[in-house]
Each structure stands twice: as structure tokens, then as C-alpha cells.
Design a protein around this ligand. Structure first.
Ligand SMILES: C[S@@+](CC[C@H](N)C(=O)[O-])C[C@H]1O[C@@H](n2cnc3c(N)ncnc32)[C@H](O)[C@@H]1O
Length: 385
């Protein structure tokens, strides 16, 4: 691995807060080549040294390296908990006519449009008094979000009734309809270095920031959460993704401002198992369950992106940090299969089955039985059981 590549990784971290791990360096190299075919890390650094070129080059690089996996109504339970009418009542009593919402790191717009749809449903048949700002660091994401056209994969969790009500048919998919579109404004914004709230914006009643902090360093996560909380009106709510959440348990969907520093006290949902003692016996580094959840989520995202190597790496880390993480073992097996390593896949499926024996009825939102039968049938297919 060449040093210039590590310098480019450091540049990405400085500019965006996004950490690039050693296992991701080949992907970084590929991203540099996507910025310009044939460009090396060294050439990129030289060109980034010219003030005239730096900004656009770095922007394009960050656009290429960021993971943009998203879909409508992702982790719906987090969004379904929003009390739109309560938020509106509080905004009105503060003398405002609209609920101010910020979807930070909105990717291609699936999240802010999902929020718009939920708000429209909550106020139906009346108008939704909601002003939604949606931002992302990547220009390509903002362009896609503004276009508002989606394939069926993005809409897989949207039931027919909602599709019919809030979308319009379009070749190969659906386009977001005018009612939801009218509620959302898009802008580019870098959570790591731009002002929070974004320039020209007042404080928000609700901020949704999900599945982006998992790519930041712990210090960056803490700082960003602190800044986001300060961008809330008193009593405003911050919704982080399950893996991003550092400050509360499963019911910490919303958090009043202002802020206590996000100490590492998180206790995400876990199925009953003897995980911690086992981890201690094996002498793994001090870590919270959250660390394992972050790695788990990273692994799933890498799988969704088709990067089996990064997925194996992240899922292995998840299992190292939480050796009782049955879902991580199962997904690790899938990642090994995707990476064409049937021997490792078999081993991981057996490990998943052993861990599932100790797990609760539900594992990572999936029934234990389903995971067990999936693991057994994959083992049979792989010739291992
Ligand atoms: C995995 S997507 C999450 C999208 C959506 N929030 C969701 O949960 O489905 C992460 C997004 O974060 C954006 N991102 C990464 N670093 C960022 C930063 N420093 N500021 C703003 N957005 C950033 C990426 O461009 C990407 O679109």
C-alpha cells in the first residue's frame, strides 16, 4: 500500500469526517480512478495542492468514496414514532407557522421524502405545515434527490397504498409526487465542517441524521451530535440511526435539547445472551456493544454495495467486539460466500448456528428460526451439513 494512498485517506477524513480503513484502501484507489481514469493517489495529491483545482477535486473524490445506500422508509419504526401533530402544536405555540425539519446526510432523497410522506399522512386530509431541509455532502446525491425518480428497489418497503397516493408512475419506477416534493428543499452541506445549522437556517424542531455517523471517528461523532443538538429549538428532537445512536437505549428516538456530551453509555437492543462475559474471557479490547453494532451496520452496507471484502472485514470486527453476535456470524457467512470463500462461509454458518442456539426469539429484527433454517440450507448447499 503506497503512502500517497494513506495521505488521500487522511485528506478525506479531514474534509468530510469519513474514516477510510486499511481494508478499504483498494476501494479508495478505485474511487480515485473514477474521479479521473488513470489518476494515481500521488497525482491527486499534487493536483489538490493547486488552490484552483482543490475544491472541485476533493468534492468529486468525497462524492466517490461516500456510501449512499438508502431507501424509502428505512428503519421505519424510527420515523413512525414522530409525533407530527405534537411538533406542529409546539411550533404554533412558539409563534411559528411550520414545523422545521432537517434531514442531514439525506443521500438521494429517500429519507426526506419519506418524512414528507409521513407528515402528509399525519395531517391528511389537511395540508402539512412542514418545511423540510434535506442536505448531503455529495453533489450527485442532491441532484438525484432533486430529480426525485426511484426504482423499485428504493421503494421496496413502501406499500401500494402509499405508492399510489404520493408517487407518480415513471418509466422503470416512480417519481415523487408534487405534494411531497413541495415540502422539501435540498442543499449541499458538509456535517463535518459547515456551520450547523446550515448558513441562513434557523433552529429546527426535528433533525434526522441516520447512517452517516457510523462512518466518522468517535470524536467526530461526538462533536457532530453536540452541534446537531445545539441546532434544535428548546425541546426539539434529534433522531439518529440505530447504529449511530450513542446516547440512549431503544426508546431514545428523540432527545430533548440541549445536550449532555454523548458519553459511551449506549445500550442498544440486544437479545439475551452471555456475550459480555465471553468477550471478557477472550480478552477483547474494552468496547461497548455499540461498537459491534456499528461494525455490523458497516458490514451490511458493504454487502449492499457489493464489497464482499469490506463486508467480511467489518463483520469480523463486529464478532470480535461481540463474540455472541449471531446475526453478525450469519452475515459474515454470506459475505464469505459473496467473496467466493466457501470454506470460511461454512465455518461462519456453523458459528452462527451455535450462537443462534443461545439467542432470543428475534435476532437483528429477524426471527431466530428463519436465520437457523437459512443457515442450515446454505450449509447443505455448500456441502457442509
Ligand atoms: C448511507 S447514506 C444515509 C442516507 C440516509 N440518511 C439513510 O439513513 O438512509 C450516508 C450519506 O451521508 C453522506 N455524507 C457522508 N459524509 C458526510 C458529511 N460529512 N456531511 C454530510 N453528508 C455526508 C453521504 O454522501 C451519503 O449520502
Amino acid at each position: 500500500v503506497s503512502d500517497p494512498l494513506l495521505e488521500v485517506a487522511a485528506l478525506v477524513l479531514r474534509e468530510s469526517g469519513v474514516v477510510i480503513r486499511e481494508s478499504q484502501l483498494p476501494s479508495l484507489e478505485a474511487a480515485i480512478r473514477r474521479v479521473q481514469p488513470g489518476m494515481t493517489a500521488e497525482q491527486l495529491l499534487t493536483r489538490a495542492g493547486h488552490p484552483g483545482e482543490r475544491e472541485s477535486l476533493v468534492d468529486r473524490l468525497i462524492d466517490e468514496v461516500t456510501i449512499k445506500e438508502t431507501y424509502f422508509l428505512r428503519h421505519r419504526e424510527e420515523l413512525a414514532a414522530i409525533d407530527w401533530r405534537g411538533l406542529a402544536a409546539r411550533a404554533m405555540s412558539a409563534g411559528r407557522t411550520n414545523v422545521r425539519v432537517w434531514s442531514a446526510a439525506c443521500a438521494s432523497g429517500d429519507e426526506p421524502y419519506s418524512l414528507a410522506i409521513l407528515a402528509l399522512e399525519a395531517f391528511s386530509p389537511g395540508a402539512a405545515p412542514v418545511d423540510l431541509l434535506a442536505t448531503d455532502i455529495a453533489a450527485s446525491s442532491i441532484a438525484r434527490a432533486r430529480a426525485g425518480r426511484y426504482g423499485m428497489r428504493s421503494l421496496r418497503h413502501v406499500e401500494d397504498e402509499l405508492r399510489e397516493r404520493w408517487f407518480e408512475p415513471q418509466a422503470g419506477g416512480l417519481e415523487i409526487g408534487p405534494a411531497a416534493r413541495a415540502l422539501v428543499r435540498f442543499a449541499r452541506h458538509n456535517l463535518h465542517s459547515d456551520p450547523v445549522p446550515p448558513a441562513g437556517e434557523a433552529q429546527f424542531d426535528l433533525i434526522v441524521c441516520r447512517n452517516v455517523l457510523i462512518y466518522f471517528e468517535p470524536e467526530g461523532v461526538r462533536e457532530t451530535i453536540t452541534r446537531l443538538r445545539r441546532a434544535l429549538v428548546p425541546g426539539g428532537e434529534l433522531i439518529l440511526g440505530a447504529a449511530d445512536r450513542l446516547t440512549g437505549g431503544p426508546d431514545a428516538v428523540s432527545r430533548p435539547a440541549p445536550v449532555e456530551p454523548p458519553a459511551r453509555r449506549a445500550r442498544p437492543r440486544r437479545s439475551p445472551s452471555a456475550r459480555t462475559p465471553r468477550r471478557e474471557r477472550r480478552g477483547a479490547p474494552a468496547a461497548t456493544p455499540l461498537d459491534a453494532e456499528v461494525e455490523f451496520e458497516r458490514g451490511l452496507t458493504a454487502m449492499a454495495e457489493g464489497d464482499a471484502t469490506a463486508a467480511v472485514d467489518a463483520l469480523r470486527r463486529a464478532l470480535y467486539l461481540d463474540p455472541g453476535h449471531a446475526a453478525a456470524a450469519f452475515q459474515l457467512a454470506r459475505a464469505h460466500e459473496a467473496g467466493d470463500d466457501p470454506v470460511a462461509a461454512r465455518r461462519a454458518y456453523w458459528q452462527a448456528l451455535a450462537l443462534l442456539d443461545e439467542a432470543g426469539e428475534e435476532v437483528g429484527g429477524v426471527s431466530r428460526r428463519d436465520l437457523q433454517s437459512a443457515a442450515r440450507s446454505r450449509l447443505a448447499a455448500l456441502g457442509g451439513g
